[in-house]
Design a protein around this ligand. Structure first.
Ligand code: PEP
Ligand code: MN
Length: 285
């Protein structure tokens, strides 16, 4: 791909492995499963997810505290109070956390409390933000824009890499099309192509692609079969009460069952599911 100087794959077996913390990586043989709510709502909510899913089902937590909402009147996220919750859960349960950065002025605080910074679809081509994230020493999860081509996604990653940060995880989350039954169209062709074009890990977010919780498990399974390095899935202790994206949130039981169902598929495509982490007492923080 033209101009993908730093993100293009040099040879067939050249895949970059990115560490989220000392235990959790993405891009190697082991798949990465990220779970959590659309929005961080309370400490109880995040602790419920960490205790129920943190030892076997998920290796990293997601949850937005700065939310890019279509309506200015919708919940905009907890902001710094939400960051404090993420930081507490991350240290108490030894789980890396991923949260969205919407603006340059948020970078410092988010980088201090999160293990990876997410660029949302609506910001994929916010070039000043991408340049600033090039100076951050944490991995970046770069989500594909609502109507961005594969080339544009790779070039957005190239901005981050060219400005100094090589730790970029690409995320396919569905693209706009004419059908309204699904929220977006999950482009698994892009996953296959990105794995061939770039050496970066590619994960799939079936939740924002589907928009409906009953579509999520099969899309997740298809993504692993297509060669994705991991999944980011929205789940909630009481899905119907989610303050945002309630319709696509899985219950914690459904999330656990979905991840278990991935095992034979992972084996079939030569990948490993992460080993269960030995139960440990929550750290006193
Ligand atoms: C999200 O992950 O919460 C989100 C807002 O997703 P996207 O940027 O893909 O719409
Ligand atoms: Mn969401």
């Amino acid at each position: 791909m033209q101009d993908a100087k730093l993100t293009a794959k040099a040879h067939d077996d050249h895949g970059t492995v990115i560490a989220l913390n000392e235990q959790v990586t993405v891009g190697g043989d082991e798949l990465l499963i990220v779970g959590g709510p659309c929005s961080v709502e309370s400490l109880d909510q995040m602790e419920a997810i960490a205790t129920r899913l943190g030892q076997r089902t998920i290796q990293a937590l997601r949850g937005g505290v700065y939310k890019p909402r279509t309506s200015p009147y919708a919940f905009q996220g907890m902001g710094e109070a939400g960051l404090a919750i993420l930081d507490r859960v991350r240290r108490r349960y030894h789980l890396p956390v991923i949260t969205e950065v919407m603006a340059i002025h948020q970078i410092e605080a988010i980088a201090a409390h999160a293990d990876a910074l997410q660029v949302g679809s609506r910001n994929m081509q916010n070039f000043d933000l991408l340049k600033a994230l090039g100076k951050v020493d944490k991995p970046i999860v770069l989500k594909r824009g609502l109507a961005a081509t594969i080339q544009e996604l790779v070039m957005a990653a190239e901005y981050i890499a060219a400005h100094g940060n090589p730790n970029i995880i690409l995320c396919e989350r569905g693209i706009r099309s004419f059908d309204t039954y699904t929220r977006n169209v999950l482009d698994l062709g892009a996953v296959v192509a990105l794995k061939q074009i770039t050496h970066l890990p590619v994960i799939v977010d079936p939740s924002h692609a589907a928009g409906k919780r009953e579509l999520v498990p099969n899309l997740a399974r298809a993504a692993i079969a297509a060669g994705a390095d991991g999944l980011m899935i929205e789940c909630h202790p009481v899905p119907e009460e989610s303050v945002s994206d309630a319709r696509q949130a899985l219950s914690l039981e459904d999330m656990a069952a979905l991840v278990e169902s991935l095992r034979p598929i992972a084996t079939a495509v030569g990948r490993r599911m992460p080993e269960a982490i030995a139960p440990q007492e929550p750290a006193l923080v």
